[in-house]
Write a protein that binds this ligand. Structure first.
Ligand code: ARE
Ligand code: CA
Length: 510
């Protein structure tokens, strides 16, 4: 079955405000292959209200996500990726969530009722919920224990759920301790254990059936999609089988990390739905640090670039919870470079973007701030968060509210995910992106401010520079107002390693 950005989520991310003369929505509304968004001459330009941008709210509680959703919807985010919601092992580290003990929706991030209340509150705000589904494995604990919700377990025995005697687990027998040793062996990757995590026999029908039940239960609580954790460690057929009963319109995004020389490739999973393209975040890191920004807008289409997933199957990100703990991508610690990389992701036409938002840490394993019982405390964003904010360990970084990132989410929501190809490379380090009458974007990789006169497709008038953040609820610009002259030109100063962004949804009074 071919699962792509589905109807339910698509309804949220659809190009809902298209001008009358635009062709009817395609099968994948809002997708990168959607028709051009440029208004016909003579039609007044309106924001397109496309909401394809996701935000991963790493380790946010269900209550905190519910509270954030109105602001997310207002900013233009279409959906939230949550951390895994099922019962997990006890412990302080963040990764306890990736060791399921049962499929009860009861975790230190919240109860089943709180989860359902979150999907409802977010839906009211026009924001969909995508849940992280850990279905490849159970725990990696060698001794028995009790999970967050009180379920007893042993490494290969989960009473009433899985047991070794019934053949629910793989014991690959290919390596000394049954752990994956080499990613160049597909059979090891799929049947041996990922860091000692008890590997489910996902090719077996009884296992698949129970996993389908788990995902159906999540769907009944109002989710609009699932991230399939560790999809590389199952076959694409397994992922298809496990997700087969889900409503047609549910989004399925497989996590398959692209690795050089590996036999298992992200491309192998596109029959099961969409896939995260890890290459984008890795490649954009060097590009932004080097400053030749043109390349960032060409990733995925540039002939010289490495293999990328087809755009309509790809979800891209600057970082996620794993890569921010590694050295292959940028992270919040890169400050302005990180903000700029996110802005480029939101202006690019390749794939669909996911903004990441987590908490500050210096220890890789450190979990989010918890109470005495281990329940995670509700996240909250301090006023004025941004790339310059000093982050004490445990404080919520709130990247999704950084002015440039939030402003560009609004920009993308107003101009749509694809343009008419009117991207002009001014020079290697300054790029401009025109989206007809709807919007215009310029970014600079220079280490000094760059002043220039540029042609836009915008109607004459005053526009807020949303690179300084979205306009206030009262409609006041967060930063400078930029005048588009009678010929459509602007004269702007692009700050070092930053951007200027104008769109029809943020016109300045005056
Ligand atoms: C923890 C401890 C381990 C311990 C284990 C069991 O760290 O020492 O053995 O528990 O007790 C997360 C954490 C892990 C954690 C695990 C379980 O990152 O540290 O283990 O939870 O609690 C591969 C997979 C990819 C996976 C990454 C991390 O292919 O799917 O490894 N990513 C997802 C999640 C993770 C999560 C898991 C999967 C497990 O996003 O957060 O782990 O549910 C090359 C390959 C990649 C490979 C990568 C790293 O790049 O191409 O495929 O990724 O190396 O090995
Ligand atoms: Ca497996």
């Amino acid at each position: 079955m071919l699962r792509r950005l589905g109807v339910g989520l698509a309804a949220l991310v659809a190009v809902v405000g298209l001008v009358a003369c635009t062709p009817a929505s395609p099968a994948v509304p809002g997708g990168p292959s959607a028709p051009g968004e440029t208004s016909e001459p003579g039609t007044p330009a309106e924001p397109v209200a496309s909401k394809d941008v996701g935000v991963q709210l790493f380790q946010w509680t269900w209550d905190a996500i519910a509270a954030e959703c109105p602001a997310l919807g207002e900013a233009g985010y279409g959906w939230v990726l949550t951390s895994p919601p099922q019962e997990h092992i006890l412990g302080d580290a963040w990764w306890t969530a990736y060791q399921p003990v049962s499929y009860r929706i009861d975790s230190r991030l919240g109860t089943r009722e709180e989860f359902a209340a979150m999907t409802a509150a977010c839906a009211d705000a026009g924001v969909a919920i995508v849940a992280d589904a850990v279905v490849n494995h159970m725990t990696g604990q060698d001794s028995s224990g009790v999970g967050w919700a009180g379920s007893r377990y042993d490494h290969y025995d989960y009473p009433g759920l899985w047991s070794d005697v019934e053949g629910h687990f793989h014991h690959c027998g290919l390596t000394e301790n049954d752990d994956i040793q080499s990613y160049t062996s597909a059979v090891q990757v799929r049947t041996c254990e990922l860091v000692n995590l008890a590997d489910l026999a996902t090719e077996s029908e009884p296992v698949r059936a129970r996993l389908r039940e788990y995902l159906a239960d999540l769907a009944s609580l109002g989710i609009a999609g699932v991230r399939i954790d560790a999809a590389k460690h199952m076959t694409s057929a397994d992922v298809e089988a496990i997700t087969a009963d889900l409503p047609e319109d549910l989004l399925v995004i497989s996590e398959v990390i692209r690795g050089p020389q590996e036999p298992i490739r992200p491309e192998d999973y596109t029959d099961a739905g969409d896939v995260f393209e890890f290459a984008w975040g890795r490649d954009v890191a060097g590009i932004v640090q080097g400053g030749a920004l043109r390349l960032a807008l060409e990733l995925g289409s540039y002939e010289g670039s490495a293999t990328y997933l087809p755009s309509d199957a790809a979800w891209i990100f600057v970082d996620n919870h794993d890569t921010e703990r590694g050295d292959q991508t940028l992270s919040y610690e890169d400050g302005q470079d990180y903000a700029l990389a996110n802005a480029l992701m939101l202006a690019a036409e390749y794939g669909r973007p996911v903004v990441y938002s987590g908490y500050a840490f210096s220890d890789r394993d450190a979990g989010p701030v918890q109470d005495a019982d281990g329940a995670v405390l509700d996240a909250a964003c301090a006023p004025g968060v941004g790339p310059e904010t000093a982050d004490d360990d445990g404080s919520w970084v709130c990247q999704h509210r950084w002015p440039l990132i939030e402003g560009m989410v609004g920009w993308r929501a107003a101009v749509g995910p694809v343009g008419d190809g009117a991207t002009t490379s001014v020079d290697g380090r300054v790029v401009t992106v025109g989206r007809g009458q709807r919007g215009w974007f310029a970014a600079s990789g220079n280490l000094d401010a760059t002043t220039g006169r540029y042609r836009t497709g915008l109607e004459p008038g005053l526009y807020c520079d949303v690179a300084a953040g979205p306009p206030t609820p009262e409609g006041e610009c967060a930063g400078q107002a930029v005048e588009v002259d009678a010929e459509g030109f602007v004269e702007v100063t692009i700050p070092a390693k930053s951007a200027v962004a104008l769109h029809v949804g943020a016109r300045a009074a005056g």
